[in-house]
Design a protein around this ligand. Structure first.
Ligand SMILES: [Cu+2]
Length: 321
């Protein structure tokens, strides 16, 4: 901090007036200007801009803030979309006010013809310093509060799931255990099913089936390193940590096929660690479960297939011999 000036600071208005008056070193008096009409013209620009955007109407993509998916993919997507869009509206409001003030200051206090040197500088103005400390603090606390509220709602365990699926991430594929029906769907590692040209055959992706409109609980685990279970259109992802079980709770509300990815850099084939989620009717779901049963895939691919089962904390015996 530089030391304050020995004399009292002039008020903002006095400083601004001083800035606009002819200064020493200028060449003659300034001709009168139609200041008010100029200001009005500048003020109209952002107003016209906002009106034009509003009148143009908004597409569904714009209304959802260009997030993937559409409305109502799960019971949580509306909440996430609302947090995202409303945050942007607040931030754009702050942006428009800030940009407007910058442009206003640049235009109104620009160097006039014949002026030299620096204008009167504004510093140590307590009302302004308090303003630009308190307002961002309110914004950050507000974003924190709304995020915490929505996260708590999405993370809350509603209990009594209709469908409970255990998902194991592994380098580089996914295993799905349908715990209620006691069947499983093993994922063949992507590095073993690439096309000759190195591309991935998306028709053979590991696929998780879920019945529409049912309470789903996903238990999320890893067989080796940290992965992340991300269904893009569900607008949610969760880390898969070795020797840890995380959970996701949601109700898929729209029949369709959704793309899933690993969202945690996990090694050479991370980018190809893809899967699909098919949200289907209850009848189609039962048909798929029966198909897995007919293949003899009954039981559970549990943690005994973890590749790091000999690491400390993974439950392996440490006694040699
Ligand atoms: Cu991964």
């Amino acid at each position: 901090m530089r030391p304050n000036r020995p004399h009292a600071q002039p008020s903002v208005n006095r400083q601004l007036l001083a800035n606009r008056s002819p200064r020493s070193g200028t060449q003659g008096p300034r001709p009168p200007r139609p200041q008010r009409s100029r200001l009005a013209r500048w003020a109209l620009i952002p107003i016209f801009g906002v009106v034009a955007v509003v009148l143009a109407g908004c597409s569904q993509a714009q209304l959802s803030g260009f997030l993937p998916g559409g409305p109502g993919v799960t019971n949580n997507t509306a909440r996430v979309t609302s947090l995202w869009v409303n945050s942007w509206i607040v931030l754009l409001g702050v942006g428009v006010i800030t940009w407007g003030l910058i442009i206003w200051a640049v235009v109104v206090y620009r160097r006039r013809k014949g002026q030299t040197g620096l204008p009167v500088q504004l510093r140590y103005n307590m009302p302004i310093e308090i303003f630009y400390t308190v307002v961002p603090l309110i914004l950050v606390l507000g974003f924190f509060a709304f995020t915490a509220r929505d996260q708590a709602a999405i993370e809350a365990d509603p209990g009594n799931p209709d469908v409970q699926v255990e998902v194991f991430g592994k380098r580089w594929s996914w295993d799905f255990n349908y715990l209620d029906e006691k069947v499983y769907s093993p994922g063949v590692q992507v590095q073993n099913r690439l096309n000759p040209d190195g591309s991935i055959d998306t028709s053979k992706l590991p696929t998780l089936y879920l019945p529409v409109g049912k309470k789903v609980q996903i238990d999320i685990e890893s067989r080796d390193v940290a992965h992340s279970f991300w269904v893009v259109d569900f607008l949610y992802k969760k880390d898969m940590i070795p020797a840890t079980t995380n959970h996701m709770y949601f109700i898929p509300e729209k029949i369709g096929t959704y793309q899933g990815k690993c969202a945690e850099l996990c090694g050479e084939y991370h980018a190809d660690m893809l899967f699909q989620v098919k949200v289907v009717s209850q009848a189609d779901y039962e048909q798929q479960i029966q198909a897995l049963r007919d293949l003899g895939q009954t039981g559970r691919l549990g943690p005994s297939y973890n590749t790091n089962s000999n690491l400390p904390g993974a439950g392996a015996t440490t006694t040699e011999g």
